[in-house]
Write a protein that binds this ligand. Structure first.
Ligand code: VGL
Ligand code: ZN
Length: 203
């Protein structure tokens, strides 16, 4: 069976949000249309405690875009975003949630960031997504959402590692683009790892 994975379409990643992805809202109607073609849909949700180590505000004299070491691993710093229970952490109100089988929350451990919907960045914490998909007979996943160069990319790469056939839906994702070519670089990385790049009207 095939499944649709909607990554982090939350207010803080949309225009006006704390970590806004340019034109991120443009993918919402595309994702809603896509949902009508899937019987198995799950979403991921960035869900940080206030003291999360990826927030620049939690490190003295540090700004977003700078780096720290968290648990021995280099971590880029972000503005405070997707704090549990805040408006910014909610899914956008126009995103259809009716058919979702489950929501997988991530980023709760303050000591490690968690881009992928499967595992944290240290590959220690497991959200249970891989087992959930396998238990439901899902072998092929179609990934969309935000942001293409972070959470979408790492979800695609972990999905491939977990043995799924993975499609990235090109027109249903947008990048943060801290550097202007981040979108293209992430695309190449996913393709080289074995992802199939597709378009919402071509499958
Ligand atoms: C994300 C940066 C920090 C994402 C989440 O959803 O791509 N990016 N947290
Ligand atoms: Zn985050």
């Amino acid at each position: 069976m095939r499944g649709l994975i909607i990554v982090d379409v939350q207010n803080d990643f949309l225009p006006g949000g704390a970590l806004a992805v340019d034109e991120g809202d443009q993918i919402i109607p595309i994702i809603n249309q896509l949902q009508s073609r899937f019987d198995f849909i799950i979403a991921t949700q960035d869900w940080h405690p206030e003291n999360h180590g990826s927030f620049a505000a939690n490190h003295p004299n540090k700004n977003p875009g700078e780096f720290v070491i968290l648990e021995g691993v280099q971590q880029i710093l972000w503005p405070v975003h997707c704090v549990q229970g805040t408006f910014g952490s909610e899914f956008h109100q126009d995103l259809n949630q009716e058919k979702w089988q489950a929501v997988f929350k991530k980023g709760m451990n303050p000591l490690v960031d968690s881009y992928s919907g499967f595992f944290d960045n240290n590959k220690k914490g497991d959200t249970g997504l891989s087992k959930f998909l396998k238990d439901h007979g899902v072998e092929e996943i179609f990934v969309c959402g935000l942001a293409e160069d972070y959470c979408v990319k790492f979800t695609v790469l972990d999905g491939l590692n977990e043995g799924f056939k993975v499609h990235l839906i090109l027109d249903a994702t947008k990048a943060v683009n801290l550097h202007p070519d981040d979108f293209a670089k992430a695309m190449i990385e996913m393709e080289n790892a074995g992802a199939i790049i597709t378009h919402s009207d071509s499958f």
